[in-house]
Design a protein around this ligand. Sequence first.
Ligand code: UDP
Length: 242
Amino acid sequence: RASPFEFRQYPIPILKSNTLGTMNALGIAKAHNALFFYTSTSEVYGNPPDEAVPTSEKYFGHVNPVGPRSCYDESKRAGEAFIKAYELQHNMRAKIVRIFNTSGPRIRYGPEFGRVIPNFIHQALNDLDITVFGDGSQTRSFTYVTDEIEGILKMVRKDEAIGEVINLGNDKEYTILELAKIIVELSDSNSEIVFKPLPIDDPERRCPDLTKAKNLLNWKPITPLREGLKKTIAWFRDIENE
Ligand code: UDP
């Protein structure tokens, strides 16, 4: 469960599935001499300072171990550490991909999930207020789902990626306020933008350094934000009219 809304409701299952779940899966992979592919997250970087953005795989992270996001951030970091331990002690063949904010049709949505893109699109299509947290100057970089899948498949198939950790995301950074305005425009909406309190430990910037993905996988995202959003908005229109 990658939604900050769910971190409040399900912190223990999140922590357990990301740590014990990963450990159990590694045990099964070891027993079958299987290659282990781990979908990690940009959350392992926490709240990087400006000089560490765009963020490369070499950055160790700036993470609060006792905050409202720690059940997710720290358990995904532990998952990576489990993999390293299995590589060191059992010569496990493993690959780690760190996924940045991704969206597209069929994204999980609803008030209990609360991720920014489905929230804003739902609000825009229903002429509800668009809830920007903080002043909206925090940034994210959004990958369209087909680009992300393409990158993942390239990594799965690449032998040279064994033992590696690679960022997969989009390196075009947008503020959340910019995102809100773009979604209002593309949805032809009459919604107003309103400002709500910023959640604790909400990262200020998120943008991947994609040099390694380009060099090792010959991959880069190709779908511009607006194009991806148009497809996602069209999908939302369909399901909300059902
Ligand atoms: N956000 C927002 N309004 C919303 C939901 C999210 O302004 O209704 C902001 C949130 O504070 C964060 C960014 O959008 O800065 C991305 O939030 P999301 O929950 O999608 O994921 P995160 O990248 O924080 O894991």
